[in-house]
Each structure stands twice: as structure tokens, then as C-alpha cells.
Design a protein around this ligand. Structure first.
Ligand code: ATP
Length: 483
């Protein structure tokens, strides 16, 4: 079977309640999405898997939940106010707006890297190489590209004008800065020694020039970030360890290594704070002919050096002897009692989006299988730990009071141990198909015999095999098969 494309997942998501277009009854709001009953469970399970892994299973990371809106100085000194922008172009003919670098990548693929498109400084490459507008097809109407800051602006308090600079604030474009400005708080209260990390999970906002591809690129999304602090000389080794650790963790989510590629960012691509960044690309676009273009970013692991702790610190002083940051009250350096040294730790940052992870998990789990009647069935082979529903209890006859009562009792008995639903809204074949399609690992069917032999039929999503299991041992049986 060929891999599903994003459209297949969009349609499954809407049909079964994973993800809906936001504000749909008012015509939607380009690129905003709402997570439905199954989507919120899947997202929560992904977030829990990540938190369990980084905060609980490792012994060297603390959790944090910082504010979305911070003092504006956080974004001034982090560099986001001046440098967090994308190059934007407009088509003069149809007024469509695009991210210039993405348009160029689409047009050239790898050719630029091979040196086939060399430009004089200041030349408008879109015009020169007659890149057609994806909306109207015209090729010579592009404006020059100009930087567009991606931070969402807002104002704080009762202000007379939206332009009041005293009231200006931003919605955070990354969770990371909340970690850096709390570095000393966490260090002092947890009494950690290097190396150690701080993990944060939460919403981030970017006013993307061209959002799209379902939940792949949206203006509001969720990030799972670790800032892992270490001695500068250890940073390259620890960077590599995080790369290997993420390879392994993605495997535990059921994401196949065939669909993952590493990409080393070039010097020109590196963010202003990064010394080295390795992106993990996932095969989000399997339908594209050119294999290179099938892959796009799922996560990035950056060596942010000591950039962030330094810029938020009272020290160091500039060459002219003035404090580089006159607004902060803290020095975020670290004192090593063993070596008696004071220095700014380096920081390795693995940063991954919840939404792109959820999309990759759905794409990798999606399978179509033909049953013995020749009908095509969809099966979501989700890892049991991620499945929104672990067990569905189904009565074989919904008019039989004994069967229904027993089935509802089983639902209640199983619920404390595993997310269980009761469903009697169709014939058994249809109910099985529905649960397969949303990735429920096990169905428990209560039939006439159950009332006599105190046993039920357990059906396996992946093999469609059925087994008779005693009700007394049902929780233990399902628990062991789910883990
Ligand atoms: P891209 O190059 O795709 O714009 P980025 O390199 O700007 O992404 P980072 O700043 O490294 O992204 O953010 C870390 C992670 O946050 C990304 O790998 C991705 O999973 C997620 N992410 C970033 N921007 C978005 C977005 N607009 N929508 C959904 N997820 C996003």
C-alpha cells in the first residue's frame, strides 16, 4: 500500500473527530484547527509520553510552565524583536503573499546548492528566474523581499492606542525564553549541578506568512522543548547524545526510521543563536515525485551556545565598558564549586512540535487492508500508549438487557485502568471497523454465552484475531497486552 498523504489524514480526522477546521461555522480562520474528542486524547498521550520520557525517566531534567506573555525585554534581548522574521514577497498582479525562501525552494529544489543559480547581490531572484506565482501563474510581478516579524503583538492593560509602546507585548514565539529567564530560579530551588535540563511544553504563536498543509504549519501551535545546560566543552558530545536519543524516542511512538532523515543546517540557515542545528525531517509529503521534497521538519536540535544566558545577564560588559543589558537584574552565570570557575553554560535545545508529531504519528499508523469480503478497511496501528481509546466494550445484541447490563458494567470496571468506551450504535462488523479506524487496540464483545460462562471475546485490532477471555482476568489480560 502506498503511504497516505496529508489529505487522507485530513479527511479521516474530520470524519472521526481528531481535528476540525476552527471557526468552521463562520467559514473558518485560515490555518487554525480544533482538536476533537479523539484528537485531544491523542495529543495528550503524546505530551504525556514526552513528559514521562524527559522529566520522569531521566534523572537530570526539571519541568517548568512559564507565561505565554512575558516582559517585552525578554524578546528584545533574546534578539526576536529584530531578527525573528521571514522574507516576504507579494505578487503585484494578484496580491498574493508568500515566503520568499519557501517559494524559491519549491522552484529550485537542490539546484541552488549545486551552484546553478548564482545571483548578484540585491538582484530579485524570483523575477530573474521567472518564478511563477502559485496563485495566478504570472512570473514577473514580484516585489522585492522584505523581512516580516513573526511575533504576534498585543497590548497590556487599558491603553489609549494599540501603538502605545509602553503597553506593547508579544505572544511567545517559542517556549524556550521562559526557560532561560527562569534558569537561576530553577537552579537555586532544585539545587542542580551541570549538566541538567529544564523541560517545557506549551503553546507558541507565530504570524506565519504562508501557513498551510493542515496542522503542519499553523499560527498557533504547541512545542515540547528541553534546554539542556552543560559545560561548553561538553556541548558537542551532548548534542550528539540528544540526536541519538530522539531517534530512539520517535521509534517508541511508532514512527518508522524510513520516514525520518537528518538535515544539518548550513551556516546561512542557522538561527542567530545557534552554533549547529540538526533538523529531523519526516516524510510528510510522500506524494511528491522528488524524494528530497517529500521530507520537511519535524523537530530541530540546536546548540544554542551560551547566547541566551549571556544576553539576559547583567554581564558581560561590552568593549566600551557599558553593560550590554541595562534592563535585567540578574547574572545568569553558573558557579562550579568543584573547579571554582564561573561561566555561562552552553545549552543544547531539542525542540519538537506536538502538532507535527501528531501528524507524523497518524501518517505512520495509517494502513488500508482488504477484508475477506473484498472491502477496504482503514486501520490506525497506533502504539497502545498513544491510542485515544484503549478498549471498546461492545454488546452483541443491544436489545438484550442482560448483555447490555454486563457490557456497561465491564466499561465501568475497566475504566480506572484504561480508557474504555461502550458502543452499541451499530452491528458488530461496523463497530469493529469504526474502532479499527480510530486505532483502538482491543474490542471486548459481550454475547449470549458471556451470561453463562462469565467470559468475553477480545478482538485484536492488528491481527483481527479473537480470543475468549474470562471476565475475572480481563483487567490483567488487557493491561499486560496494552503495555
Ligand atoms: P520551519 O522551518 O518549518 O518554519 P522552524 O525551524 O522555524 O520551522 P523551530 O523554530 O525550530 O521551527 O521550532 C521547533 C519546532 O516547533 C519545529 O520543529 C516544529 O515541530 C514546531 N513548529 C515551528 N513552527 C511551527 C508552525 N508554524 N506550526 C506548527 N509547528 C511548528
Amino acid at each position: 500500500m502506498s503511504a497516505p498523504n496529508i489529505e487522507t489524514i485530513v479527511s479521516l480526522s474530520k470524519r472521526r473527530g481528531f481535528v476540525y477546521p476552527a471557526s468552521d461555522i463562520y467559514g473558518g480562520l485560515g490555518s487554525s484547527w480544533d482538536y476533537g474528542p479523539l484528537g485531544v486524547e491523542l495529543a495528550n498521550n503524546i505530551k504525556k509520553a514526552w513528559w514521562d520520557w524527559v522529566v520522569y525517566e531521566r534523572d537530570d531534567i526539571e519541568g517548568l510552565d512559564s507565561s505565554i506573555i512575558q516582559n517585552r525585554n525578554v524578546w528584545k534581548y533574546s534578539g526576536h524583536e529584530t531578527t525573528f522574521s521571514d522574507p516576504m514577497v507579494d505578487c503585484r498582479a494578484c496580491k498574493s503573499r508568500y515566503r520568499e525562501d519557501k517559494l524559491w525552494d519549491e522552484f529550485t529544489g537542490a539546484k541552488e546548492a549545486e551552484g546553478q543559480y548564482i545571483l548578484a547581490v540585491g538582484e530579485n531572484r524570483l523575477i530573474k528566474f521567472e518564478v511563477p506565482c502559485p496563485t495566478c501563474g504570472k512570473s514577473k510581478e514580484w516585489t522585492d523581499s522584505r523581512p516580516f516579524n513573526l511575533m504576534f503583538r498585543t497590548t497590556i492593560g487599558a491603553v489609549s492606542s494599540d501603538d502605545d509602546p509602553m503597553a506593547l507585548a508579544y505572544l511567545r514565539p517559542e517556549t524556550a525564553q521562559g526557560i532561560f529567564v527562569n534558569f537561576k530560579n530553577v537552579l537555586d530551588t532544585s539545587r542542580r549541578k551541570l549538566p541538567f535540563g529544564i523541560a517545557q511544553l506549551g503553546k507558541a504563536f507565530r504570524n506565519e506568512v504562508t501557513p498551510g498543509n493542515f496542522i503542519f504549519r499553523t499560527r498557533e501551535f504547541e512545542q515540547m522543548e528541553v534546554e539542556y545546560f552543560c559545560r561548553p566543552e561538553d556541548a558537542p558530545r551532548i548534542h550528539q547524545e540528544w540526536i541519538d536519543a530522539y531517534d530512539a524516542w520517535l521509534g517508541t511512538l511508532g514512527i518508522s526510521s524510513d520516514n525520518i532523515k537528518h538535515y544539518e543546517q548550513t551556516a546561512a540557515e542557522l538561527a542567530h543563536y545557534s552554533d549547529r542545528t540538526v533538523d529531523f525531517l519526516y516524510r510528510f509529503f510522500p506524494e511528491r515525485e522528488d524524494e528530497e521534497k517529500q521530507f520537511d521538519e519535524l523537530l530541530g536540535i540546536a546548540n544554542r551556545t551560551d547566547y541566551d544566558l549571556r544576553v539576559h545577564s547583567k554581564k558581560p560588559e561590552g568593549e566600551d565598558g557599558k553593560r550590554i543589558n541595562p534592563d535585567t537584574t540578574e547574572d545568569l552565570s553558573y558557579f562550579d564549586p568543584q573547579t571554582n570557575e564561573r561561566f555561562y553554560p552552553y545549552c543544547i535545545e531539542p525542540s519538537i512540535g506536538v502538532n507535527r508529531t501528531l501528524l507524523a504519528v497518524l501518517m505512520d499508523a495509517y494502513e488500508e487492508r482488504t477484508n475477506d469480503k473484498g472491502e477496504v478497511r482503514v486501520i490506525l496501528r497506533l502504539k497502545p500508549s498513544l491510542a485515544p481509546i484503549k478498549v471498546a466494550v461492545l454488546p452483541l445484541a443491544k436489545n438484550n438487557e442482560g448483555i447490555v447490563t454486563l457490557a456497561k458494567k465491564l466499561k465501568r470496571d475497566l475504566q480506572p485502568s484504561m480508557r474504555t468506551v461502550y458502543d452499541d450504535t451499530g452491528g458488530i462488523g461496523k463497530l469493529y471497523a469504526r474502532q479499527d479506524e480510530v486505532g483502538t487496540p482491543f474490542c471486548v464483545t459481550v454475547d449470549h454465552e458471556s451470561l453463562e460462562d462469565n467470559a468475553v471475546t477480545v478482538r485484536d485490532r492488528d491481527t483481527w484475531e479473537q480470543e475468549r477471555v474470562s471476565i475475572d482476568g480481563l483487567v490483567a489480560y488487557l493491561s499486560s497486552r496494552l503495555s
